[in-house]
Design a protein around this ligand. Structure first.
Ligand code: ADE
Length: 232
């Protein structure tokens, strides 16, 4: 999978060098390229923003650098296999990011992330981007970050770890929170007693049916307590 990220803070993404995703990049499973939006500005100050038409607080990212960046980074209208690239703009005004979206996007060949700052990006950029690929405005959650970078990073990690081969044992991806619409069951390891706290005896019983039933019950109980919205 190839992922391009356009940002005014390329250094934000230096952490992609480390950990599991760093290994996946080195192994050639993920080809992640980070681009500085300011490389597509045309003035001495490398300006990317201006005051909003109609007034209001803050600054809006101007369309011109974004247009040039998208022209340079998005691979025409289709990829080699005829698939349209997906262009993601992280935005608090987008649809909520979910495990289902992560899984869907992990199956695509080309993803482009456009990270906005300030009060957002000139709306016409989204319209133009739709001529180059499939545009998605996606929110990490109902709170406001300073820009799309942290959100893009979270999405790249959630998507990247679902690309086949990135996580060594694929079984570990199946029994996670949100994969079956429920929160994950609690996990324990050795020792069996720690600071006066015992591991639930059923887990030491060797009875696989009983263990599976207990885990399911725990999933339901936790989900009811912490995320009742998932059950409705
Ligand atoms: N940019 C600013 N806030 C954001 C959010 N909650 N999700 C995605 N991108 C954002």
């Amino acid at each position: 999978m190839r992922i391009d990220i356009v940002t005014i803070f390329p250094a934000f993404f230096d952490v992609l060098e480390v950990s599991l995703l760093g290994k996946a990049r080195n192994a050639g499973l993920l080809d992640v390229r980070v681009h500085d939006l300011r490389d597509w500005t045309g003035d001495r100050h490398r300006t990317v923003d201006d005051t909003p038409y109609g007034g209001g607080a803050g600054m809006v990212m101007t369309p011109e650098p974004w247009g040039r960046a998208l022209d340079a980074v998005v691979p025409g209208a289709v990829t080699a296999t005829g698939e349209r690239p997906v262009i993601v703009f992280p935005s608090p005004a987008g649809t909520p990011f979910t495990q289902a979206i992560a899984r869907e996007l992990s199956g695509r060949e080309r993803l482009v992330f456009g990270c906005g700052r300030y009060e957002g990006i000139d709306e016409r950029v989204f319209d133009y981007a739709a001529t180059l690929g499939e545009v998605r405005l996606i929110s990490l959650g109902d709170y406001v970050l300073n820009g799309g970078e942290v959100a893009a990073m979270a999405m790249v990690e959630a998507i990247g770890r679902l690309v086949p081969g990135v996580v060594g044992n694929p079984d570990s991806l199946v029994e996670e929170s949100h994969e079956d619409g429920l929160l994950e069951y609690p996990s324990y390891t050795k020792p069996a007693t720690w600071r006066g706290r015992d591991v639930p005896p059923v887990l030491l019983s060797g009875n696989h049916g009983a263990i599976a039933a207990w885990r399911r019950e725990q999933q339901l109980e936790r989900t009811r307590a912490r995320r009742p919205d998932l059950l409705s």
